[in-house]
Design a binder for this molecule. Structure first.
Ligand code: MTE
Ligand code: MO
Length: 210
């Protein structure tokens, strides 16, 4: 399992620093479902075990935060394309995916909307495991949708609903933070946590060159 471990993980900025609505204090996994609804042919309600029984992928990919740090880790889960196929979704331009977190009573939910066709073409993953272990609560247990071409604020932790929609809107927390709607990773200098150095990223979108 050691090849799955992220170097310098202890130097990663705290998850709680960027957790706007905060992680739920506890989750009864037998009560948790991922709902997939909206412009679908078939609404889906998937349990944690349903997701674990679907075809899995495990990939080393880099996530980038809008506040200029980045970390490459090994993420495991189900391709977004797998569940979109199951829901009978035709992948069209001008279709979006509105993600909603489980959230907390005190601070409500976190929501963000991304382009569906871009997310599919970038092999987005519904992640349940990182470096061989279930996601810690602060990092999105039980499930987190990752489009690795987008900044971290577009990857909802503690996911509960995916709605296919034709409305492309900025979420309330994103608005409060002053974030851009597309969330596409921009070329600039980032602190690369796992490599312990600053590195310039030349191209927009997913960082694949290191
Ligand atoms: N539900 C939810 N998911 C979220 C956020 C949030 O506030 N709420 N913050 C995002 C931001 S800005 C970042 S950088 C990452 C941080 O992920 P980490 O816990 O793996 O560091 O989570 C993202 N996902
Ligand atoms: Mo972030």
């Amino acid at each position: 399992m050691s090849n799955l471990l992220t170097p310098n993980l202890d130097k990663k900025p705290s998850s709680l620093r960027y957790y706007q609505e905060g992680p739920p204090t506890s989750i009864d996994i037998s009560e948790w479902y991922l709902s997939i609804n909206g412009l679908v042919n078939k609404e889906l309600t998937l349990s944690y075990n349903d997701l674990l029984r679907l075809p899995q992928v495990e990939e080393s990919r880099r996530m980038v935060c809008v506040c200029n740090w980045s970390i490459r880790r090994t993420w495991k889960g189900v391709l977004l394309s797998t569940v979109m196929e199951m829901a009978g979704v035709a992948i069209l331009d001008n279709q979006y995916l509105k993600q909603t977190s489980i959230g907390t009573k005190e601070k409500g939910v976190y929501q963000t909307t991304i382009s569906l066709s871009d997310a599919i073409s970038r092999r987005s993953i519904l992640v349940h495991t990182v470096d061989g272990e279930p996601l810690p609560m602060e990092q999105g247990y039980p499930l987190r949708l990752f489009d690795f071409g987008l900044y971290g604020y577009k990857n909802v932790k503690g996911l509960s609903t995916l709605e296919v929609t034709d409305q492309y809107e900025l979420g309330e927390w994103e608005q409060r933070a002053g974030y851009d709607k597309s969330g596409l990773i921009r070329p600039k200098k980032y602190w690369i946590v796992d490599l312990k150095k600053w590195q310039f990223v030349e191209n927009a979108g997913e960082v694949t060159e290191f």
